[in-house]
Design a protein. Structure first.
Length: 349
């Protein structure tokens, strides 16, 4: 975990008119092409090839996040910050490596067949990219063997499919990451950790708020330190932007990806008596420069803009904080290894 993670953050629009066409005569994919899977009650770290853990009852509601660890060849499923599932997986083999990044589920099809690999069955397919990367049931030989997809045991893929929705966050990491719960006292709620309203900062630059540009879809908030900007996307469309101030410019900001949890009845409250939002860290580098708590309070954002953002955020909102600047088209230079695609055009793959 000493080396920064290279991630491609994809915010994609899912539209009915963009659906990838399926086979004319769809048929249920056969089970025999997949490892069926064996349910276990052991710790996730003790799972053997083809085994999985599934205990959704320990956290029956809240936003769901999936973290795929390429080195471990395992995937972890959290709901409202609680581990409800883990499984062994098989990811992309050499030359077809599964891309690391923070993705959203773009499309679901339990009876999918590949359009690029000889009509290969992909039971319980959940698409991560329009170029062909997906979660699905498949054969697990005990090592990376796919063309880039994340294969899971058949029974686990079926159970996961029933719990997810399009727009759900999926993190694919090339280092071992273990989420932690944090409270965001002053970033998306205009209050400090003690409940005090933050002072209005002096800001410069373009600021706008146009929620009507995209009325629904998953919400992602992007904070880029180099250009001191906060952008808000809904359904892949930028609906708001403002300048921010880093109170500690001497402390470099490393990449962090968080997802908002359900409110907790225990913990600090804002001035109105409501619980302060909690965020689950789903990806980030080792804390060598600034801790997550420090990062969340490092930026000063106009309270009036935060109040507007609060009207569109909720459980499942994704927050990305990074050092590189975003261009006017919200895409950074290629050499930064960080890009934000507003809307990928789907292709039939």
């Amino acid at each position: 975990m000493k080396n920064p993670i290279t991630l491609s953050i994809v915010i994609a629009v899912t539209l009915a008119s963009h659906a990838v066409p399926g086979n004319a005569a769809a048929k249920t994919p056969p089970k025999h092409t997949s490892t069926i899977g064996t349910a276990q009650t052991t710790l996730p770290s003790n799972l053997k090839v083809g085994e999985y853990l599934w205990v959704p009852q320990v956290s029956p509601s809240g936003p769901v996040v999936m973290v795929v660890s390429l080195p471990e060849q395992r995937a972890y499923v959290y709901r409202n910050g609680v581990l409800i599932g883990a499984t062994t997986v098989s990811t992309g083999k050499k030359g077809n490596e599964t891309p690391t990044g923070v993705f959203t589920i773009l499309q679901k099809n339990q009876d999918h067949y590949s359009n690029i690999y000889n009509n290969a069955p992909m039971p319980y397919m959940q698409r991560l990219t329009w170029s062909g990367v997906a979660l699905h049931a498949g054969r697990l030989p005990g090592y990376p063997a796919s063309h880039g997809c994340v294969r899971m045991p058949y029974d686990f893929a079926e159970k996961l499919f029933a719990e997810t929705k399009t727009g759900m966050t999926v993190v694919v990491s090339d280092t071992k990451q273990f989420p932690e719960k944090v409270v965001s006292p002053g970033l998306i709620a205009p209050v400090t950790s003690t409940g005090k309203v933050v002072a209005e900062p002096t800001l410069a630059g373009e600021s706008f708020w146009r929620p009507e540009a995209s009325m629904d879809g998953p919400v992602t908030i992007l904070i880029t330190n180099a250009d001191q900007r906060m952008s808000v996307f809904r359904g892949g469309v930028e609906i708001g932007r403002t300048s921010v101030v880093n109170r500690r410019p001497d402390r470099p900001i490393t990449l962090h990806v968080l997802t908002r949890l359900e409110p907790s009845v225990v913990g600090p409250l804002d001035p109105s008596g409501k619980p302060i939002p909690r965020w689950l860290v789903v990806s980030g580098t080792e804390e060598t420069t600034v801790s997550t708590d420090q990062m969340l309070t490092a930026f000063s954002v106009p309270p009036d803009f935060l109040a507007k953002v609060a009207t569109v955020t909720g459980p499942g909102t994704t927050l990305v904080v990074t050092q590189p600047a975003a261009t006017a088209s919200t895409r950074t230079a290629v050499e930064t290894n960080f890009s934000v695609a507003v809307a990928e055009e789907p292709t039939a793959k």
